[in-house]
Design a protein around this ligand. Sequence first.
Ligand code: HEM
Length: 157
Amino acid sequence: MAWLQGSALGHAMRESGVWTYGVVNLIHILGVASLFGAVLVLDLRLLGVWPKVALASVSEPTVRVAATGFTIAVLSGVCLLATKATEYVGNPFLYIKFPAIGLGLLNIAVVHRLPAWKEHTRRELSSSERRQLAVFGGISLACWLTAISAGRMIGYW
Ligand code: HEM
């Protein structure tokens, strides 16, 4: 944390004007909103909401929006962290947020290896495959809801 705070990025964040932190925070929230908005729609569909809408029609746009939002959140998040990284040491919400993000990413990696996910754009899934994807959709929602809630609470510690 001390290294990050003392880095060129940390200096740039602190010394490039009073609006810098606020604007980067806004970018972070736009990234988070895009990520979570897309994840929410996809995970609800995996959990069985809107059964008449083809999963492939939902997954294609939501995965792209979520990936873009995540990239924006990570880039802007590192800038926010670099501003006053040492102040976050001991903040329990940081230690909840990052493992939750890690688990959310692990969940994505596992889902992408499932035959049900690989096949969902090519054919109708069986009911057991749909149930399997629903479980991972539920885990995903729990991970990202935890990350977003802990992220929001960091500043209140
Ligand atoms: C490597 C990635 C990330 C880093 C380093 C990071 C870091 C940070 C930092 C330092 C803050 C400011 C805390 C404060 O002092 O108030 C913050 C705020 C926040 N982060 Fe992240 N973040 C990352 C990714 C994410 C992701 C993926 C999410 C959502 C799932 C997220 C959700 C939030 C939320 C909701 C806030 C509160 C913003 C506000 O209330 O103004 N962050 N993040």
